[in-house]
Design a protein around this ligand. Structure first.
Ligand code: UDX
Length: 437
């Protein structure tokens, strides 16, 4: 199959590359010439494990190409995927900003030749596919095309594996012909018997929001239960394990922490709230999940303050990790963006390390943070260490060394990586999340 991918952001680049790995011919189009030039030279603009190798391989084998010119591949494409950004609108009302999607629709329209399926990969409100179809028809009344929706469920840091071994593929179509094209594109997954849920375009569009909202709710739920554990003297780790063993609940996304961040959950939960409002409906559970998440981040500031003796003024705090999760350099909506400035405002000095995210972090965090080479440098002469992101390299720290380096042995583990008993035995004043025992 010949595929054009519009947008070489996170989703477009991973999806386009993986399609080429499936054996399809993929052309990725982006408006930004510098981005395309870098990609042509094999430079990957994001950190995603394994992506560089796959890009290099498929470029070399002639199945993956990058260009700024949409006319290059669209006329011969069986499918054109739209994978452009849908950030939260600058109006601050939570709506998804669809400017890039509509722009992309206008740009591809003139080049459509023969039958083509236009597939929306971007996370968009229900009804967007129909708007895209209208724009394409207005720009090119002769275009022979069908619209489709094919939401992505990739996790940053695990995107390649998620793409190659998905739990399911969701396809929203309104014609048999479009369904066949999409089934052909995903045919390589038949070998591993990946279920394909074929449904209407509206259902597919809403599925993405519902999936993300549910996972966000699950995290906010366990975060609230963690807080209850602290109050009553219970251990959330054992509790989560126990409830997760119930097949109806499942063990995943039950890890308490400083609140969820990233490019999807915060944006998509807000967008869902706006969508349902327009229809006069409510999703109160999702509303609560959003509120709980904001409160959880604020609670972490209090937790750190209490652990270092009631005031952060004049104290040095070492942050291990800054990104919203490990294996990414993405800082979007990372809890560190809320927590660190709140501490700095009250006069805390921050030393920070992150294996991949420090460059990005500088764009999101206030000036004055001392960025250092590793966890040990961060802890040197600090009043407390905060484990913010559970990178593998922080999972097996030389704890004796950390203790010696710290001015006082205060360890605040916002990801519950370490065992409280062991930490206490080592002489740390240890605080986790939801470990009230
Ligand atoms: C998410 C969805 O998982 C993915 O399907 C969708 O396509 C995009 O959004 P991503 O944002 O990359 O993926 O990361 P994910 O691993 O889902 O984590 C999101 C946030 O939730 C992170 O901040 C993470 O630390 C937090 N989280 C996750 C928890 O706090 N506890 C958990 O148990 C799981």
């Amino acid at each position: 199959m010949n595929i054009t991918m519009i947008g070489t952001g996170y989703v477009g680049l991973v999806t386009g590359t993986c399609f080429s790995e499936f054996g399809h011919h993929v052309t990725c189009v982006d408006k930004i010439p510098e981005k395309i030039e870098k990609l042509l030279q094999g430079e990957i603009p994001i950190y995603e494990p394994g992506l560089d190798v796959l890009v290099e391989k498929n470029v070399k084998e002639g199945r993956l190409n990058f260009t700024t010119d949409p006319s290059e591949a669209i006329p011969d494409s069986d499918a054109v995927f739209l994978a452009v950004g849908t950030p939260t609108s600058r109006r601050g009302d939570g709506y998804a900003d669809l400017t890039y999607v509509f722009e992309a629709a206008r740009e591809i329209a003139p080049y459509l030749k023969d039958y083509t399926v236009i597939v929306n990969k971007s996370t968009v409100p229900v009804g967007t596919a129909r708007q895209v179809a209208r724009i394409v028809k207005e720009s090119n009344p002769d275009a022979d095309f069908d619209m489709a929706s094919n939401p992505e469920f990739l996790r940053e840091g695990a995107a390649i594996n998620d793409f190659m071994r998905p739990d399911r593929v969701v396809i929203g179509v309104e014609s048999q012909r479009a369904e066949e094209v999409l089934r052909d594109i995903y045919r390589p997954l038949y070998l591993i018997e990946t279920p394909i849920v074929c449904t209407t375009i509206e259902t597919a569009e809403l599925t993405k929001y519902a999936a993300n909202a549910f996972l966000a709710m699950k995290i906010s739920f366990i975060n609230e239960i963690a807080n209850v554990c602290e109050a009553v003297g219970a251990d959330v780790t054992a509790l989560a394990k126990a409830i997760g063993m119930d097949g109806r609940i499942g063990p995943k996304f039950l890890h308490p922490g400083p609140g969820y961040g990233g490019s999807c959950f915060p944006k998509d939960t807000l967008a869902l709230l706006r969508i349902v409002q327009e229809y006069g409906e409510n999703v109160r559970l999702v509303e609560a999940a959003v509120e709980v998440n904001a409160a959880q981040k604020a609670r972490m500031v209090k937790k750190i303050r209490e652990a270092i003796g009631g005031s952060e003024t004049g104290k040095t705090i070492a942050f291990l990790g800054l990104t919203f999760k490990p294996e990414t350099d993405d800082m979007r909506e990372a809890p560190s963006i809320t927590i660190i400035p709140a501490l700095m405002e009250k006069g805390a000095r921050i030393k920070a390390h992150d294996p991949q995210g420090m460059e990005e972090a500088k764009r999101y965090l206030p000036d004055g943070i001392e960025y250092v080479k590793n966890a040990y440098e961060a802890c040197k002469d600090a009043d407390a260490a905060v484990l913010m992101t559970e990178w593998n390299q922080y999972r097996s720290l030389d704890l004796e060394r950390i203790k010696r380096l710290l001015k006082q042995p205060v360890f605040i583990d916002l990801r519950n990586v370490y065992d409280p008993e062991t930490m206490k035995r080592l002489g740390f004043r240890y605080t986790g999340v939801g470990r009230g025992v």
